[in-house]
Every structure is written in C-alpha cells, then in structure tokens.
Design a protein around this ligand. Sequence first.
Ligand SMILES: *Cc1c(COP(=O)(O)O)cnc(C)c1O
Length: 217
Amino acid sequence: MPLAEIQARVNAACDAANRPISDVSLIAVSKVQPNERVAAILEQGHRIFGENKVQEAAGKWPAFRETYEGIVLHLIGPLQTNKARQAMELAQAIHTLDRPKLATTIARLAQDMGMCPDLFIQVNTGEEPQKAGVLPSEADDFVAEVRALDLPLKGLMCIPPVDEEPSLHFALLAKIAARNGLSGLSMGMSSDFESAIALGATHVRVGSAIFGERVYG
Ligand SMILES: *Cc1c(COP(=O)(O)O)cnc(C)c1O
C-alpha cells in the first residue's frame, strides 16, 4: 500500500478518536526491506523509521543519513547490553527497555556520551514466556526504577500475542501508562494500528503495510 494511503488511514483514525494528527508518529518499519524500497519512502519525504536489529541498522542508516536530512530512527527490537552504546549512537528512540541491567547500562552510557535516546519500556502484556518485556504486575516498579536513574522515559510499548484481540492489550498498556503519568504509547502494527490509535497510541510501528511483505533470507 502506498505510504500516502497509510498516512491517510492514520489521520482518519486520529480524527475518529478526536485526537490531533500531530499526536501520532507513523514509524515505517524497514527491517529486512531492500534499500531501494527504503529509499523510495525517503524520497516521498518520510523520515521516521524503525529497525529491529542494531547490526542491520548500523549497516543501513549511516549511509542514508548522508543523503537525507532529519532521519529519526527507532529501535524496536530486543537489545543486548553489549550493543547498547551502538544502539544509542544510531537511534533517537529505543522501545525495548525491558530489564534493570539494560537500564543501568544505558544510564551509565548516557553519562559517558552526554546524551540519551528517548526510551520506552516494553511490557509483555500477554505474559508470553518467549516474549521480552516486563510483566504488567512489575511495570510500575520498573518505571520507578528507570525514573530514579534519571533516564528520558517517554512511555510504554507492547506487542500483543498473535492469536488474541489486540485492543485488550492496547487498553491494558494505556492503563498502565496513565497510572504512571506516561504519555507515550508505542503500539499498533500493520494489521491493527487503527484500533491502537483509538486506544491512545502515540507511535504506530507499521512495516509490511507500507513496504510489502518482508522477504527473509
Ligand atoms: C516487524 C515489527 C513491526 C512491524 O510489523 P508489520 O506487521 O510488518 O507492520 C512492528 N513492531 C515490531 C516490534 C516489529 O518487530
């Protein structure tokens, strides 16, 4: 689907929810996509992108930044502590803060580097064992811990289980954010970004609907 069509759907969902369009950032998730497809989206003026892997982002975005100004990169995949510095150099936001060790590592690096990307805490709303993120019952404590480290915490992020109604997870994430005074909500992907916006998403992460199916390997 053309980017303009997705942006129009984002705007319509904002209108329907009585929210200003400026509330919602459309993150074009470019992981695994060939560079030509990414360049085509950049040519259309889009500047907000998401990547899953530090290594892949490092191989791709420094070159694009030489050609296109104002790129904002969001890291939306799991982050190992030994890649935290590189992630902080590459990305303007990290959506996958999910454990104390990563928080203290980022805090130490932020001191050292004199800067820190915007941070989102990943919440495992479906309590899936294979999925990253803090459990909903642990979220309030972890928010407090991250704040005590003086980190720029913007909000929460979730990836609902594939076989469940996503809106229940979006509503839960919004509730946890609200009671912690957090305004950022990174939720909603290609198949459900409109319902995420209805429930308060500020950042929707849309890949295949913009770029087409990902081809691995
Ligand atoms: C790949 C990915 C997306 C985009 O998924 P689509 O279904 O292609 O829109 C969003 N969020 C995360 C965390 C992802 O890994």
